[in-house]
Design a protein around this ligand. Sequence first.
Ligand code: SAH
Ligand code: AVI
Length: 326
Amino acid sequence: MTIRYRAHAYTDEVEKRRTLEADVRRGLTSTPKSLPPKYFYDATGSKLFQDITELPEYYLTRTETALLEELAPDLMRELAPRDIVELGAGAAVKTRRLLDARNGVRQAIRYVPIDVDEVTIEAAATGLLGDYRFLHVEAVIADFERHLRHVPAPIGRRLVLFLGSTIGNLDPPARRRLLTEVRALLPGKADRFLVGLDLIKDVNVLEAAYDDASGVTREFNRNILAVVNREVDADFQPTAFNHVAFYNEAASRIEMHLVPDAAQDVHLRRLGLTIRISPDDSIWTENCYKFSRGSAQSMLAEAGLRLDAWHTDPDNYFALALAAPA
Ligand code: SAH
Ligand code: AVI
């Protein structure tokens, strides 16, 4: 029997813990205090993110899904990729729109999802293997900011996916570093990079997407404190923190913060650290950058990528940018 699923983990538990402890210590002793958004995604955080994607205010996922559905037949016929690598694949729901367009074509595809959340990736891979007989999955459980060099060499024409505007969660220097590594994953002239980008738009639409009426995004934001509590034996009371999300127009980004009502001491016992958090010195948890065609084009160009095609919805809410090696 052919083995259709393999997984490689590029951090062992010890290294993972060491990295998390260093990140938490650095973030919570800096000014302003911050936590890296990759720590949102334990099993609860990934589930909360899935719930976010279904919120009426969170237009990103449904807009990108519709775009993918529309583009998939032509895109997949023209590119005919043998190798699909996906950064931050998560539940890989949207990836299915692309794979659907290859159903019935008798060519095997290797799918390489990369994600820090092993549980979600395994469940996604199991579902995909059941539904797409032409697929082999080689999952890479890793941090896409640190381990992209471990992506296996291409086995044919390659398509790299980075959907959902997750690229917008990286600050410009980190984004530049990552895109330069993505460029190195595309050795062939016909290889392509498909990236989902949330676009600059009416501030009310943007802010509602990150501060929904039912409070799911608030729970997602607070979940990072539950992760820190568990991992470093800390005593944050997540419900004592307000979810604050606003659009910073000068920086073209939504910012998410956790702001306590009153000053409080938090003990991070595994780190031997006590920190004081106050309404004026709160915790910055995420940036979600918003793009224009111009900013996307220059961001890609800096990394040696040429914008090949730009697809948007009629409202200009979201874009799928197809890039080629320059
Ligand atoms: N691509 C999916 C999921 C987006 S949620 C979609 O568009 O709906 C962001 C995903 O990126 C999560 O699954 C999270 O676990 C993963 N992620 C976030 N930071 C990461 C990092 N530094 N390295 C690897 N995966 C990361
Ligand atoms: C994963 N990422 C693209 C989401 C975003 O929109 O930036 C994470 C998120 N944060 C709050 N809501 C959703």
